[in-house]
Design a protein around this ligand. Structure first.
Ligand code: NAG
Ligand code: NAG
Length: 365
């Protein structure tokens, strides 16, 4: 019994193609579990939009250099397989899915080996290096937010065909939608390239981005989504790659201040949309404070290093640069807040997931 449960569990970590090979196991294991499980989960699916913080492998299937489907990414994932997640293991959204009684990893929409049945309990449309702004997605030719929404529309149509109108409507209406996006609009685009910076003051750019966030939320609401979480920005000036040059560099306080003002405006938008859109239950998830606390006092959370990523020098490497510098890979990623110079380790993602669940998402449980 317990061994068949374990099999069920690790089965969900595998890419969909490999999952197919284990179909029989699940049918048998599922029958055993079904008899015991009486409580129906309120949230039948987790549906994700965003950037590398929640991309579970979509960029593997598009021509871009914003990739992580190679060693050392995925080093601590089931079977040490790289999946396209920018971390050593799972992401916060994977842990959230598991906490909701859903599969412990969320498949990528563009993985064509995933059947619509496999996607009906959770799917990620996210794309590493994207932003709310089209121009941000353009920098490394990744999937724009508009394209993510178009894929979501296609997904709802596929669900209706596969499950029938009523069941599809139930999934879409009761699912939890999670957005994690916006950091790249500042660090990859606004502060990195001249176009938006010359066009907008930072306040104007924030307003522009919030307008795009609002349009995306309205679009999902129009298609039937009701339970939603918009995740705030983290202290992005404390990402190893964004620290001021120095030894060790200080956090870039200008970037952190932008994250705080953006988050404050996002919270106003959340209040406004909850008033305007019928049936909407939109929450704001604060991740800023936790990350700020961890970076200030890593030892309180069991970390040794919050300044450098685990791979390479830990100061600038991400994506392919991490694969070039494996000779200097850290031994134990659990001691590090960041796996590369931009992205958290699995341990940090687990802490983020638990915190967001305890402070915010528990209302949907
Ligand atoms: C973003 O791209 C869409 C098409 O994908 C286009 O309709 C829209 O005008 C673009 N917006 C900007 C600001 O470039
Ligand atoms: C979340 O809540 C659970 C149950 O109350 C608790 O055991 C856990 O330590 C909390 N985790 C965090 C990160 O707040």
């Amino acid at each position: 019994m317990s061994s068949s449960l374990f099999q069920m569990r690790s089965y969900f970590f595998l890419p969909c193609l490999m999952i197919l090979l284990f179909l029989l196991l699940v049918v048998v294991g599922g029958a055993v579990v079904a008899g015991e499980k009486k409580k129906k989960t309120k949230v039948p699916a987790i549906i994700v939009f965003g950037d590398s913080s929640v991309d579970t492998g979509n960029n593997n299937f598009i021509p871009t250099i914003a990739r992580s489907n190679f060693w050392p990414y995925g080093r601590d994932y089931a079977d040490g397989l790289p999946t396209g997640r920018f971390s050593n293991g799972r992401l916060a959204t994977d842990f959230i899915s598991e906490a909701f009684g859903l599969p412990p990893s969320i498949p990528a929409y563009l993985d064509k080996t995933c059947t619509i049945d496999q996607l009906s309990t959770g799917v990620s449309f996210a794309s590493a290096a994207t932003g709310l702004d089209n121009a941000t997605a353009g920098v490394l030719s990744v999937i724009t937010l508009d394209e993510q929404l178009a894929y979501f529309k296609e997904y709802t149509d596929r669900l209706k065909i596969a499950k029938g109108e009523a069941a599809a409507k139930e999934i879409i209406g009761e699912a939890l939608y999670i957005w994690s996006i916006g950091t790249n609009d500042f660090i990859e685009n606004y502060y990195n390239l001249p176009e938006r910076w010359m066009q907008y003051s930072v306040g104007e750019y924030e307003a522009y981005l919030l307008g795009l966030a609002e349009a995306a939320i309205r679009r999902v609401h129009e298609l039937g989504g009701r339970k939603m979480d918009f995740t705030g920005l983290t202290p992005m000036g404390c990402l190893p790659a964004e620290r001021i040059i120095g030894d060790p560099g200080e956090c870039n306080e200008q970037y952190n201040a932008v994250a705080r003002t953006f988050n404050a405006k996002l919270q106003e938008l959340v209040v406004k949309l909850n008033q305007e859109l019928p049936g909407l239950q939109l929450v704001f998830a604060d991740t800023y404070q936790l990350l700020a606390n961890v970076v200030n006092k890593p030892a309180d959370y069991g970390f040794d290093n919050a300044v450098q990523g685990c791979c390479g020098t830990g100061l600038f490497e991400a994506g392919y640069f991490c694969s070039f510098s494996t000779s200097t890979l850290c031994e134990n990623a659990n001691k590090y807040v960041f796996f590369d110079a931009i992205h958290p380790t699995e341990k940090m993602y687990k802490l983020l997931a638990d915190t967001v669940i305890n402070t915010t998402l528990h209302v949907f449980m």
